[in-house]
Ligand binder design. Structure first.
Ligand code: GLV
Ligand code: MN
Ligand code: MN
Length: 387
């Protein structure tokens, strides 16, 4: 139908977390949620004197998203932990499953919010700066959820205490399916910058105001949006992407000239310099168009993440685990961002992909062959054992 809409801190997110927590507690695991909503599942055998291996992903989704993005890595992580416990593996005492809050940025326009707090990129200031569509701040949202008050030392990871992190995820693109491979081992993850643009025009009667006297915020926005697409398409490498996925028009009425338009522009690439260059070019062109058309404009950065190359040893470890299991695999880049890319600069981290049918994701059609889902989960476990 309409796919899955499970925004962080909402009712469906709560239900999913409760379901997973119950499944974990049934096995005797303990569940802890921090003040940002990041959730940790540890086995009874947890040995605090040994460094942790964290495995996991997120459970929140985009609006009308698919059934696998994020939660596949979480349930596979839990299954790996359960298997280690059942087989009384020595490894079990080191492993912890993590669910990062608000990865998608569906609420606050900032992707990887929970993991950015865990990595120390976000702190106290972000609690008031990040605002949801309803105008409520992240701090207000967290209070409503009843999470304990923010304490940096309770949220930020002590990286000297973590040995490695692994994230299993669907590919969300067409590469593995087209190449006929079951597993992707992530090499580089693209960086991204998201900005919010506000265009201010003059609202007026749509019949009584001649075309020559208008300052229409929406037609200005339309020109700016086309320019963002032109700039991205001009990338000689054909790698850089720019997307306007969210637009709010006020008052959004057929017989009123739009007074205000707010839209997001996100730019992604493998090279930080190219992202910065494109954002600058887009900002300049928006200012120019706005001036020519007599509208006002304001631009603010909502979120940024840098491109990152995964740890070579982890790539080779996953490669070896896949080869030993006889699974077809290849090393590849990730155009999508993932929680692991803000964790990866601090500790050896590895990311495993399984194919997406038709290369589709962030839509209700998102799906993966069940055999590939199983292969991915098994490889996650094998890699944990090989660390
Ligand atoms: C996360 O899903 C992203 O937008 O890449
Ligand atoms: Mn995801
Ligand atoms: Mn996603």
């Amino acid at each position: 139908g309409n796919g899955v809409t499970r925004f962080s801190y909402g009712e469906n997110d709560e239900k999913a977390r409760e379901f997973i927590a119950k499944a974990a507690e049934f096995k005797g695991f303990s569940v802890r949620t921090d003040s940002i909503g990041n959730m940790y599942i540890s086995p009874a055998e947890s040995d605090k004197t040994r460094k942790r291996i964290r495995i996991g992903s997120h459970v929140d989704t985009v609006r009308n998203g698919g059934w696998l993005d994020g939660i596949y890595g979480v349930v596979s992580g839990l299954e790996a932990l359960r298997t280690l416990a059942e087989y009384k593996s020595d490894r079990v005492s080191e492993v912890e499953v993590v669910i990062f809050a608000e990865e998608e940025g569906s609420n606050f326009g900032s992707t990887m919010t929970g993991s950015k707090f865990a990595a120390g990129i976000y702190g106290e200031e972000a609690l008031d700066r990040l605002k949801g569509d309803d105008g409520n701040s992240l701090r207000e949202m967290l209070m409503k959820c009843g999470y304990p008050p923010y304490r940096k030392e309770k949220v930020m990871w002590d990286f000297s205490d973590v040995k490695a992190m692994l994230e299993l995820h669907i590919e969300q693109g067409p590469v593995l399916e087209r190449e006929g491979k079951s597993i992707g081992i992530v090499d580089s993850i693209f960086g991204m910058t998201t900005v919010e643009v506000t265009i201010g025009g003059v609202g007026n009667h749509a019949g009584a105001t001649p075309m020559r006297y208008r300052q229409d915020a929406l037609t200005t926005a339309a020109l700016c949006i086309s320019e963002a697409e032109r700039i991205a398409k001009a990338d000689p490498e054909g790698i850089l992407v720019a997307t306007v996925g969210k637009v709010a028009v006020s008052p959004n009425c057929s017989n009123v000239i739009p007074e205000k338009v707010v839209f997001t522009v996100e730019v992604r690439d493998k090279q930080e310099g190219k992202i910065k260059g494109a954002i600058k070019e887009i900002e300049e062109v928006i200012a120019k168009i706005s001036e020519q058309r007599g509208t006002a404009c304001g631009i603010q950065v909502l979120a940024e993440s840098k491109p990152f190359r995964m740890d070579e040893r982890m790539i080779q470890l996953i490669n070896k685990s896949a080869a030993e299991a006889g699974i077809s695999h290849q090393i590849m880049d990730s155009g999508a961002v993932h929680d692991i890319c803000v964790i990866a600069p601090h500790i050896p981290s590895g990311m495993i992909f399984v194919p997406s049918i038709g290369g589709r994701s962030h839509v209700p059609f998102e799906d993966t062959d069940p055999d590939d889902l199983v292969r991915g989960a098994q490889l996650l476990l094998d890699t944990v054992l090989n660390i």
